[in-house]
Write a protein that binds this ligand. Sequence first.
Ligand code: CS2
Ligand code: MG
Length: 417
Amino acid sequence: MTTIKSTHINTSSRGVNIVNARVIVTCPGRNFVTLKIETADGLTGVGDATLNGRELAVAAYLTEHVVPMLIGRDATRIEDIWQFLYKGAYWRRGPVTMTAIAAVDTALWDIKGKIAGLPVYQLLGGRSREGVTVYGHANAPDVESVLSEIASYVDLGYRAVRVQTGIPGLESTYGVGGDKMFYEPADAALPTENIWSTEHYLTHVPKMFAEVRAEFGPTLRLLHDVHHRLTPLEAARLGRSLEPYALTWMEDPVPAELQEGFRLIRQHTTTPIAVGEVFNSIWDCQELITSQLIDYIRTTVVHAGGITHLRRIFDLAALYHVRSGSHGATDLSPVCMAAALHVDIAIPNFGLQEYMRHTPETDEVFPHGYWFEGGYLHPSEEPGLGVDIDEEKAARYPYRPASLPVNRLQDGTMHSW
Ligand code: CS2
Ligand code: MG
């Protein structure tokens, strides 16, 4: 029998070996968890590990269980390290594990880009387009004020806008924040409660989109996030009522644990469907993609196993005419956004990228080279991802507990948020 020499841990002092990895938790307005990996040669790579409302679980998973296993490994062996962390954990998948794996994977791609002297998108096959089309969030308490919100996005050059308003008869709802550009749902240490009524909602949304379309004409791309609040039949009814307004997508119409549930929606409406921000792996969307039950898959780098696994999901999607629509809310750090843009610019089946702006404090803590112009984001041309964390500035913003809200029906029953 031949013995296979173990090369996965290099005991020699090769420059590409990982010598240090640390987790940085900071709260420049909201909490972010970042992994920074360092090689013997002094190259560093960063990965986003933020899981909104459960940040410290991922921080501990990384610090206690992953970092000790990384030391001494060859940082260039991205696929092998991914498989090691996925198969080696035994407890596969799940948001905490997959976010931790994503952070390692992202940091390793960053390092590989720096070793190659190339922006990461070049390692993924190079540009497939000139810029990444993004959508912004227009949200306001009522239809009249949302029209002026949309107009300000159009003035900034956006070609696609997600539209959410308050719902007459309900005190508060998802997606309508106090601060328009920097909407943050994790607004209190312990969960606040929203009250939900499907009846009020289904009556209001088509009327809102009728006004929006009338005001902005047929070419502005419009999107809407249902935030997992309907049953398949209710979602089918909503989709059908929105058909005259030609939405680019209706997002998360139902909770997606039951992938089969989308078949019913599909049978009744041609409004395109987007889903996936809470998915962690290809297995969460396999049925949705291969049965062509969705049009856009919204997984992104930080919660779906990093660049390596996201690419795998998007490649599967490409076979079934499903395009990408990566999640890009404020709880995904600039490190995730930088990484997402390298994927977005390279893949053949890019659809749209969500872009919620970060606060100036966050941008200062995470210096980055990506930029916005005329409705497009552009990835950095620097080697690697073109993003970093300023640890001194990060230390000025200690962690603050923050929870996402919960949702109840008017009779008090817990409902999906
Ligand atoms: C949302 C998110 O951006 C979106 O589409 O659904 O704002 C989501 O609520 C947050 O990312 C949760 O952390
Ligand atoms: Mg969403």
